[in-house]
Design a binder for this molecule. Structure first.
Ligand SMILES: CC(=O)[C@@H](O)[C@H](O)COP(=O)(O)O
Ligand SMILES: NCC(=O)COP(=O)(O)O
Length: 253
């Protein structure tokens, strides 16, 4: 995938392996191995592997990132909080992509997008440090124009639109969230940003997001791990990629 993907071309799938590590950590065993999951996901059609090294290391550990980095055939998208510890670690690993995400120790999962506007200086410093190592930086934000303006002003080339509220709602509220994401994707592309999306996407809510031509990549994890329990890991990845491609090609027909 080139960094400058034309709008409306085939959509990428980033498979997030966090919750393979959650299952491993549940008993402190060596299995299921997130590294093996990542390599098999690549063979099954993943365009990149996403993993979130949280400050509390509740799932992915430092050793997972270190072990996986030299083995990936596609590319690593490392998610990290805007802290000096995490930025320094990411600069040592030098993945293709780093996605800066908000973190709260008390959260069960990511609850919203990074507030780039409020934390402009800290985000800008982190982006500069990462870019100095040749890392492409993505900011995980809500579909909000002010957040996208701040992202473009800082010079981060990629955004990942938070789809959690879309995933967690239904009916008119979800329809409104979908429209917000559509408008956000259009605006992001108009600002020259690569627009990705993710969080809470699964096998029946992904279609509406994959149909948005301006979105270049979806990062999906929890639902793929859950579906893998019933169909197997590689099939779960293949099925998600097939749904995304069929939706995107259908939407373009
Ligand atoms: C940033 C994001 O939306 C996901 O990577 C999510 O953070 C997965 O990690 P958790 O399930 O630990 O929140
Ligand atoms: N950034 C979203 C991601 O990597 C996966 O989120 P989820 O599918 O586990 O909710």
């Amino acid at each position: 995938m080139s960094f400058l993907q034309p709008v409306g071309t085939i959509i990428d799938l980033g498979v997030n392996i966090d919750h393979v590590a959650t299952l491993r950590n549940a008993r402190g065993t060596s299995y299921p191995d997130p590294i093996r999951a990542a390599l098999l996901a690549e063979q099954a059609g993943a365009d990149c592997i996403t993993l979130h090294l949280r400050e509390d290391r509740r799932h992915i550990k430092d050793a997972d990132v270190i072990a996986l980095a030299p083995q990936l055939l596609t590319r690593m998208n490392l998610e990290a909080a805007v802290t000096q510890e995490m930025i320094d670690f990411a600069c040592r690993i030098r993945p293709a992509d780093v996605c800066l995400v908000p973190e709260k120790r008390s959260e069960v999962t990511t609850e919203g997008g990074l507030d780039v506007v409020t934390h402009y200086k800290a985000v800008e410093a982190a982006v500069r440090q990462l870019q100095a190592e040749g890392i492409r930086v993505s900011l995980f934000i809500d579909a909000d124009q002010a957040q996208m303006d701040a992202t473009a002003a800082i010079g981060a080339p990629v955004i990942e639109l938070h789809t959690g509220r879309y995933a967690d709602t239904a009916g008119a509220e979800q329809a409104a969230e979908l429209e917000r994401i559509k408008r956000g994707a259009l605006y992001g592309v108009s600002k020259g940003l690569k627009v990705n999306a993710g969080h809470g996407l699964h096998y029946t809510n992904v279609q509406a997001i994959a149909a948005i031509a301006e979105i270049a990549e979806l990062n999906i994890g929890h639902a793929i791990v859950g579906h893998a329990v019933f169909v197997g890991w590689e099939n779960a990845v293949r099925e998600m990629k097939a749904i995304m491609l069929a939706t995107r090609l259908g939407a373009r027909a």
